[in-house]
Design a protein around this ligand. Sequence first.
Ligand SMILES: Cc1ncc(COP(=O)(O)O)c(C=O)c1O
Length: 428
Amino acid sequence: MFEQNKNSIEAAKSFDTNCPLNKFRDEFEFPEVPEECQEKDVLYFAGHSLGLMPKRVRTVMADELDAWGKYGVEGHFMGKKPWLPYHENITESFSRLVGGKTTEVVAMNSLTVNLHLMLTSFYRPTKNKYKILIENNTFPSDQYAVDSQARFHGYNPEEAVVELKPREGEMTVRQEDLLAQIDELGDELALVMLGNCNYLSGQCFDMEAITNKGHEHGAMVGFNLAHGAGNLLLDLHKWNVDFAVWCSYKYLNSGPGGMAGAFVHEKHHNDPTIPRYEGWWGNNKSNRFEMKRRFDPIASVEAWQLSNPPIFQLASLRASMEIFDEATMPAIRKKGDHLTSYLEWLLTENCGSFVKVQTPAFREDKQVRGSMLSIKMTKDPKQLVESFKNKGVICDFREPDILRISPAPLYNSYEDVYRLVQIIKEFS
Ligand SMILES: Cc1ncc(COP(=O)(O)O)c(C=O)c1O
């Protein structure tokens, strides 16, 4: 994919100079390097875990502190951005981000909470249709959520929760196996609940094909976009996905414990047979403060809201989403593909068999990965991880031998990637 002469710091710098997103690097604060570190700059590759802080967060947070100080409770109605409708400041950005209508997306709660809220509505098992399909190596919180929902409905998770496994010796699941498993579960399948991008392998699934296949069998289909939102191009409404949830502290850079998002397809909004946990923030806005005895749902995904949201978390998310709107997802994905492929190519060129990339190879015709490479180390990786500390590298190691590296297109440079590979090369 790259010519041999691209294996140099000059080539990396020249990619940076010509990159239309390069200017966004300056929008972020980079962590300081520890004192014992030999380098002066940090190499941050943990955007799949916690994204860097956009500098403009300081301004929006200060605005809300000022509003609180100046207006007290009146801040709900006064100030630059009144708090009462504050979450609506995120709606259009989220709609562009995941390809949902503005009535289908909302910023609320945190990820696992939203997952439970969605499972409450969309996992409605019956005697013969009660199985949930998940990935076998999905994030533990997702496993716990579906297990506990199955138990809540009186099923044994050992039987009700079916785990999709890669073939022997493979780290990623083949699409044909996934679809075949849905067929095999057939009428027993109540819910397909997958991450659209696996947190460990970085594999992305064909969400539209999975949704269609699940629907063929009358199952609901939902996705956890924790590693997809702000990373992949998404078109949830068009793909007819029933529901989705995501967090915003990874690729979306909204800060630790940042607000999560939820998508509910509009076809479900006004269906009175769908059960839902209710709270006053989901009540019709025109009469919410009349404090009526009975719940009158907003005719959109907002009906799933429970509480008035934390304004400071929403403020940092708003600042971050502004950057996404300016940069645009297609440009972010385009750079992400090129930068991630550059990383992979440099690793292959420089580090030989020491590293084995587990994430699927880039494809022009299909999104099979985003901006994270999952790498298996063939030598003891602990020494390498230890040396990263002295070199200012921040990425993420998973026992026993997996390194996850995310070159985030908004703030990582080609030079960052080149320098990282030189450090790994010293160990190969
Ligand atoms: C795929 C996935 N699911 C769930 C979670 C848990 O998120 P939270 O603590 O925000 O509920 C994470 C967090 O990293 C995740 O990556």
